[in-house]
Design a protein around this ligand. Structure first.
Ligand SMILES: *Cc1c(COP(=O)(O)O)cnc(C)c1O
Length: 364
């Protein structure tokens, strides 16, 4: 290393966290939507961008966007914070409420960026292993919270990369038992039947319980279901005090005019988005059926991807053979708790067919 100042320790392992961007015919490695956003949205965005006064700064508080997101979920605009993708949402949250001398608790294996961003802000990260079904272990989480006394607990529901929704009762109990914030990352929330947002609205109806859900933070993104990974937009729904903290931690004018417009306009196409979710869920069922006929172990999925483990072949070798055949999936085989596992994103029926065919070949 020749730099005068060495890279911060927390950054040294970053390489491993990036999803590989290589050229492939069929890209099923980043859980993107296989469908582009609606044409009408793209036309409306182009038209609106043409009217922008680009010599002026954007609305720092993203007022219209936050009101539109609040409308979608039936909450107040003061309960919504938006940023450039949910990763920046998490970064702002942890710059505001994490940092040196504070502790985060994660249940591994889960989305690696939670521990990574927490570590970058200087937090100590405590990891607790998941149970045998790769969900939060009902018999162990309470002791983990009592031991760690975390300032921030991370949940991910449905969990990436394992695919299952967390048990709503357990999420609720974790919120009750946690001394600080409980972040529920719902990047895939639209694909599943339950959202922690339901707990927030229940909490509001029971104010005499002392605001039992005050520490609950639900994080969502436009990157997956909304087919807008390229636009970089995510948000959280939380107590107004949490939102105010995130705003203080964000850089001024971090959210560009184009991004704000993209979000506001996207929320006019909720029906089209729901239609996409339905089609992905259908394709997921077909994909699961195809996998069931092959020599792989699979886990049930409430999201737009499926985790699987070749039974008789080396996972890294299978991954390589798939890529040579033009199909890119995500290799988790070297991650603790996911030994031998690969993850495939649900694509279009045609892409899924190509994947299944290539996988059948690779397993032979
Ligand atoms: C994909 C994903 C995100 C999305 O990040 P963006 O910055 O919004 O694109 C967040 N959390 C999880 C668990 C994800 O899988």
């Amino acid at each position: 290393m020749s730099a005068l100042v060495p890279l911060r320790e927390q950054l040294a392992a970053l390489g491993a966290y990036h999803s590989l961007q290589v050229a492939a015919d069929v890209r099923l490695n980043s859980n993107e939507s296989p469908f582009p956003p609606p044409d009408a949205w793209l036309r409306a965005l182009a038209e609106a961008v043409g009217q922008v006064d680009f010599h002026r700064y954007p609305d720092r508080d993203a007022t219209e966007l936050r009101a539109a997101v609040a409308g979608l979920h039936g909450v107040l605009p003061e309960e919504v914070f938006c940023a450039n993708g949910s990763n920046e949402v998490l970064q702002c949250l942890l710059v505001a409420f994490g940092g040196q001398g504070r502790r985060a608790l994660v249940f591994e294996p889960t989305y690696a960026l939670h521990a990574h961003i927490a570590g970058l802000t200087g937090m100590e990260v405590v990891s607790e292993p998941r149970g045998g079904d790769l969900r939060v272990d009902p018999g162990r989480w309470r002791a983990a919270i009592e031991r760690a006394e975390p300032d921030v607990v991370f949940l991910c529901s449905p969990n990436n990369p394992t695919g299952r929704l967390e048990d709503p009762e357990i999420v609720s109990a974790i919120v009750d038992a946690s001394p600080g914030l409980v972040v529920v990352d719902e990047a895939y929330g639209q694909f599943s039947s339950w959202s922690a947002l339901a707990l927030r609205s229940e909490g509001r109806r029971r104010p005499r319980d002392g605001g039992g859900t005050k520490g609950l933070v639900v994080v969502r993104t436009f990157s997956k279901t909304w087919a807008m990974a390229g636009a970089r937009l995510g948000y959280l729904v939380a107590d107004p005090e949490v939102v105010a903290g995130c705003r203080d931690a964000a850089l001024p004018y971090h959210l560009s005019v184009q991004t704000q417009l993209a979000g506001v306009l996207a929320l006019r196409y909720v029906d089209e988005m729901n239609e996409r979710v339905r089609r992905v869920a259908e394709a997921r069922a077909e994909l699961a059926e195809g996998l069931a006929g092959l020599d792989v172990e699979t886990w049930p999925s409430d999201a737009n991807f499926v985790l699987f483990r070749p039974r008789a072949k080396d996972a890294r070798g299978v991954w390589r053979t798939l890529l040579a055949g033009g199909v890119l999936v995500r290799d988790f085989s070297a991650r603790a708790g996911l030994e031998g596992c690969l993850r495939v994103t649900v694509g279009t029926p045609k892409e899924n067919g190509r994947f299944l065919e290539a996988l059948a070949g690779a397993l032979r």
